[in-house]
Design a protein around this ligand. Structure first.
Ligand code: NTF
Length: 829
């Protein structure tokens, strides 16, 4: 018997992991699921056949987990998030099952190439940026740490738009991620919940003669569950990502149909289905759109009904709901959960207000992700009332009781009462979602130390005065599985080789073992080879997709994230323009050849962000075609920055730009992904940069710029950017060069909104930090010329990045916030 056949014979189930079992399954799936024989299969057919093969193996583990959790009635985390950005599933799932290598061999034996199969996969772009990606990292770590968890969200039919660049402008294209089907999800048509909208609330007398209140909605929509398994790394546990799709209740169009109103019947169906059609593509600023409020209520209501169903099935009563579930609200988007849970408990399950509030407030926990005032969600009371009349009544009652508590705590302070109210009365009446989330939650946390402490002194100050014990910090983390092992296998292998084990993948603090080798010439050489190869691969990709192939020998200086003024891509650009001028005037200047690479999407309605993308391209066009500077300076833009493309970028970067104005970036997580891949950071004392710098060592981080405190002080004194502009010749000439039309074929109008804004208002203090930034960049320039020194710093960044694993973050949530224990699942029965 051959080796493979022997292994097969030992495998009891059809979901074996041996080469033979995998090969047979791929061929079977190609034939029976895709209906193809190998000779005519397309790349997409091959991808699906492999994906179904992997999925079958996940399901086995996943179902065992579900059964085990059910039997144990385990305490469960319910992560409520309007966004998830899981990235491509295939390789991640192979890694978690431990079959990456075998699957590669099987693909080869079948005459296919795993790399090609992998390229075919569409990623679910069900989020905008950091917040959605964080939710996906946390799902990964919850499973890996064997914590029972369900991620609840929305199954958007169209996720974040695809970005294409036309004449230097961003053009948005609809995202059709479901076009070829989605092998990772399992529809659960039986698991459907009704969700109401509109109508009115009324009194009625129940069968015991008690007068009660109830809601009579005038529109009903169904939420149907779609489940995606989320496996842990190297464990049997698999958790559940449960996303809701909206549908029209089947029965409801018949009446209209029968009276001949065919159009009316179909229209109502379309209206219902619109709910989960498309993700709002705004990152920080919030679109106060009715549909968005509907989406929020829709997914929150389905999720809570699902939890209640499970609890009634397991316990028969809801009295201990809060002991069973720890609900985590990912920002304010799901904050309606607090009101909806009250409504379900009081109106539908006839619980007393007091008991229902006790349960609600002990179930919910709230994470804040931004201090930007324009991102704080509020809803006009009139809109809220029209869509959710009964919820508004409940919200008023929560508010009435809450404000009484405030009055008792702070005697004679009606100004404070007005500031803290769930209703903002100052400018039209609005519901304040952050206040709702704070009042209804046991714990409130920020996402980096600086952010958590600013929360307490700025937007949540009054709440901190009232309930200091509810405030926590949990610094963000990202998963090393996706951002090291899946994106950068050669680096992962080199690390495992050097440390003599692969345990760091699960215990990132063990990366510290690399430190002892940081000066080792052998490791340094191999480390550089890995980086250079990644740069080559990125260059090839950019060459294919943009026509410009950067030279991998140059320093790759990367800023990849959403385009936003507070993130200051324009500070980076001003420096590039300054460098350009400097080079033109000093052709013999000693300079490290550099390629500046940008990536990121702009919200479609955000004019300045779109103009910044145009400016990046405009500057690139002039600089890249100027032979006088070509050897030293180039600018590239990676179109359609998403998880998949990010995976090409992080391994290839030498320098990572984390240059937001201090106090604005809640945490940032790109900073962590770059540093894991041995990228050095140039950054401000903002968000998690501060902790990152403390971890990797101040000598291995390029710090510049004002502190958050200095920013506040400067603003209080009155910030006058025009004085900086007039007082600094280099700065002025960089701004003027943009205004001159050099980068816009003589058009002096095109970029005027950017230059005028910088000179006259500069809300993110680009000019104030310019000088410090430029000086630090010169230091980077010099340091890169000493490869051994640079490589040592690079190794130390990776070696000391352990804190920023999402495993650490989830362990902290489990202990400090949720009080939940791991529940390891064994594969054998
Ligand atoms: C983002 N917030 C922050 O801007 C990032 O700094 C942070 O890393 C991520 O959250 C994750 O915590 C948002 O996207 C939002 F929606 F809150 F504005």
């Amino acid at each position: 018997m051959s080796q493979a056949a022997k292994q097969d014979a030992n495998e009891p189930t059809r979901t074996g992991l041996s080469r033979g079992a995998l090969k047979r399954a791929v061929l079977d799936n190609l034939f029976y699921v895709m209906g193809r024989f190998p000779e005519v299969a397309s790349a997409s057919d091959r991808y699906s056949a492999v994906a179904y093969t992997v999925r079958d193996r996940l399901l086995e583990r996943w179902i065992r987990t579900a059964r085990y959790y059910k039997e144990r009635n385990s305490r469960t985390v319910c992560y409520l998030s309007a966004e998830y950005l899981p990235g491509p599933h295939l390789l991640n799932n192979m890694l978690n099952l431990g079959i990456t290598r075998t699957a590669g061999e099987v693909a080869r034996e079948l005459g296919a190439d795993l790399a090609e199969i992998r390229e075919t996969e569409e990623e679910p772009g069900l989020g905008n940026g950091g917040l959605g990606r964080l939710a996906a990292c946390y799902m990964d770590s919850l499973a890996t740490l064997q914590i029972p968890a369900i991620g609840y969200g929305i199954r958007y039919e169209f996720g974040i738009f695809d970005q294409v660049i036309v004449d230097g402008w961003q053009v948005e294209k609809g995202d059709t991620w479901l076009r070829n089907g989605n092998p990772w999800e399992i529809p659960r048509p039986k698991l459907t919940f009704p969700v109401g909208f509109g109508g009115r609330a009324e009194h009625y007398t129940d069968k015991h003669g008690v007068i009660r209140r109830r809601w009579l909605p005038d529109l009903m929509v169904n939420g149907v569950a779609y489940d995606t398994p989320i496996m842990g790394y190297g464990v049997t546990n698999g958790n559940l990502l449960r996303l809701w799709k909206s549908e029209a209740p089947e029965s409801f169009n018949f009446q209209a149909f029968n009276v001949g109103d065919y159009y009316g019947a179909v229209h109502a169906k379309i209206e219902a289905e619109t709910l989960s059609k498309v993700l709002y593509p705004n990152d920080e600023p919030v679109a106060g759109k009715e549909l968005r409020l509907k989406q929020q209520y829709f997914f929150v209501s389905c999720s809570l009904q699902d939890m209640i169903r499970l609890q009634l099935r397991n316990a028969g009563t809801l009295d201990r709901f809060h002991e069973k579930y720890a609900i985590q609200l990912n920002d304010t988007h799901p904050a309606l959960a607090i009101v909806e849970l009250m409504r379900l408990l009081v109106d539908e399950h006839f619980m007393s207000w007091e008991q229902a509030w006790e349960i609600t407030r002990n179930s919910c926990h709230f994470t804040n992700h931004t201090l930007l005032p324009e991102a704080l969600e509020t809803w006009p009371v009139a809109l809220f009332e029209r869509l959710l009349p009964r919820h508004l009544e409940i919200l008023y009652e929560i508010n009435r009781r809450f404000l009484d508590e405030v009055r008792v705590h702070f005697l004679n302070d009606e100004e404070r009462v007005a500031r803290m109210s769930l209703i903002d009365e100052s400018d039209g009446r609005k519901v304040r979602m952050a206040h709702l989330a704070a009042v209804g939650s046991r714990a409130i946390n920020g996402v980096a130390e600086l952010h958590s402490s600013l929360l307490k002194t700025t937007i949540m100050r009054d709440f901190h005065d009232l309930w200091p014990e509810r405030f926590h910090n949990v610094t963000n983390g990202v998963t090393p599985r996706r951002f090291m092992v899946v994106s950068n296998p050669p680096l992962a292998d080199l690390i495992s080789d050097t440390c003599g084990h692969a345990d760091w993948i699960r215990d990132m603090r063990r990366l510290r073992e690399l430190e002892a080798h940081a000066d080792d010439a052998g490791l340094q050489g191999r480390w550089r080879e890995v980086k250079t190869a990644a740069k080559g691969a990125l260059s090839d990709w950019l060459g294919q997709h943009t026509g410009f192939r950067p030279d991998p020998e140059t320093l790759f200086d990367v800023q990849a994230k959403r385009i936003h003024e507070y993130k200051r891509q324009h500070l980076n650009l001003l420096h590039i323009v300054w460098l350009y001028e400097h080079l033109k005037q000093n052709p013999n200047a000693e300079l490290t050849p550099r390629t500046f690479i940008f990536g990121g999407k702009a919200a479609p309605g955000y004019f300045m962000a779109k103009l910044i993308i145009r400016l990046i391209h405009a500057i690139g066009e002039v600089i890249n075609s100027d032979p006088q500077v070509n050897g030293f300076l180039r600018v590239a833009f990676m179109p359609d920055f998403n998880v998949k493309n990010g995976q090409r970028l992080y391994p290839a970067a030498d320098l990572s730009e984390q240059i937001s104005l201090a106090g604005k970036e809640a945490s940032g997580t790109g900073n962590m992904k770059f540093a894991m891949n041995g990228t050095l950071t140039i950054g401000t004392l903002d968000g998690a940069n501060i902790e990152l710098r403390d971890e990797v060592g101040h000598d291995n981080f390029y710090l510049f710029g004002m502190t958050a405190e200095e920013v506040q002080q400067r603003q209080a004194e009155g910030y006058r950017p025009w004085e900086l502009y007039h007082g600094d010749a280099q700065l002025r000439s960089a701004v003027d060069l943009i205004a001159s039309g050099l980068f816009s074929h003589g058009d002096t109008e095109l970029f005027r909104p950017i230059t005028e804004n910088l000179i006259h208002s500069d809300p993110f203090m680009v000019l104030a930090d310019f000088h410090a930034y430029q000086e630090r960049q010169q230091e980077v320039d010099r340091a890169y010329r000493d490869p051994n020194h640079w490589t040592r710093m690079s190794i130390l960044n990776t070696a000391r990045i352990g804190k920023f694993s999402s495993d650490r973050a989830i362990a902290e949530y489990a202990k400090k916030i949720w009080q939940i224990e791991p529940a390891p699942v064994e594969l054998a029965d």
